[in-house]
Design a binder for this molecule. Structure first.
Ligand SMILES: [Cu+2]
Length: 137
């Protein structure tokens, strides 16, 4: 009976003091996936913004050109800022300081984010070059 009681106490202790019950501070895989989803949406936003910019810069939509360029510029800026904040913002710095996360997933997340930023910059560059060719510069 004493052994049974000891086992019961041990099981309860494990249950009550498990990380989930004690408000685990580390980063879960689910949270990292959520960060990736945020980065995915930011990439889409920036690419769509770059398209609007280019469309407006073509100068074929009259008074709407200005709005296309303005909105496109804001979307590119916000998309980039969102990715940068996820990769190097206060929250990420705190997570790294705590050190309680999946190392491989974190490395992959940073590599993905860096590539996303690179894609956005390449698209902007290419659009700029295309625009120069169109305008004969
Ligand atoms: Cu990180």
């Amino acid at each position: 009976m004493k052994t049974m009681l000891s086992i019961l106490i041990a099981v309860c202790a494990v249950f009550f003091f498990s990380p989930a019950q004690a408000g685990h501070k580390g980063m879960s895989v689910h949270e990292m996936h959520a960060m990736m989803r945020l980065m995915d949406s930011a990439l889409c936003e920036a690419l769509e913004g770059a398209n609007l910019q280019m469309f407006g810069q073509m100068g074929e939509s009259g008074k709407v050109d200005k709005d296309l360029i303005e909105r496109g510029t804001n979307m590119v800026k916000e998309g980039k800022t969102t990715i940068l904040n996820i990769l190097a913002g206060t929250e990420m710095k705190a997570i790294h300081k705590e050190g309680d996360y999946n190392q491989k997933l974190m490395l992959d997340l940073h590599a993905l984010g860096d590539r996303m930023l690179h894609v956005i910059e390449e698209v902007e560059k290419l659009h700029g070059e295309a625009l120069n060719q169109v305008s004969g510069k």
